[in-house]
Design a protein around this ligand. Structure first.
Ligand SMILES: Nc1ncnc2c1ncn2[C@@H]1O[C@H](COP(=O)(O)OP(=O)(O)OP(=O)(O)O)[C@@H](O)[C@H]1O
Ligand SMILES: [Mg+2]
Length: 145
């Protein structure tokens, strides 16, 4: 589809390289794509091809030693160059991720309500009973009573 407006997210020549004891591992090499507002984009590839690493790189959730190159323009900001404070404001609000392994993404020692509420506390003004009501509503939306 042709569009006159800028894509919501433009990724250009993304490279992600891990420094390991066995040498550098190039997990993503020269990846470019556009994501249009209101559209869904699927990255399809075999296991280990770098889909998750791409998502982690965009969320800036990779270890500090990881080498990330390229441009990731979100609106007029390059995600790779934003301050941690700005990134925290975007993460979980504008840009979010459903992690692949729930057993490592969710803390098994903390109730799910508290973990969902954490995001509401960071990004909304909901507190107390209102926050709790919103958490219950969100769980109901995904069929968890
Ligand atoms: N911290 C790390 N250090 C070194 N290599 C890593 C690290 N994290 C990921 N990799 C490697 O990066 C490559 C891409 O992994 P990634 O998890 O992105 O694959 P994927 O496409 O999401 O696979 P799947 O379909 O199995 O989820 C793999 O070779 C993986 O072993
Ligand atoms: Mg994956």
């Amino acid at each position: 589809m042709s569009s006159t407006s800028e894509p919501l997210l433009q990724v250009r020549h993304l490279n992600v390289t891990f420094e390991t004891p066995d040498g550098p591992v190039a997990a993503v090499q020269g990846l470019s794509f556009n994501l249009e507002a209101g559209k869904t984009l699927a990255l399809v590839g075999e296991s280990g091809s770098g889909k998750s690493v791409t998502a982690y790189a965009l969320m800036r959730l990779l270890p500090p030693a990881t080498r990330i190159e390229g441009e990731t323009n979100y609106g007029n900001e390059n995600l790779l160059e934003l301050s941690e404070a700005r990134m925290r404001a975007l993460r979980g609000k504008d840009i979010a991720m459903v992690f692949q392994e729930p057993m490592t993404a969710l803390n098994p020692l903390t109730r799910i309500g508290l973990q969902i509420r954490e995001s509401l506390y960071r990004h909304t003004h909901l507190r107390g009973a209102a926050a709790r009501a919103r958490v219950l509503e969100l769980l109901q939306q995904v069929g968890i009573p």
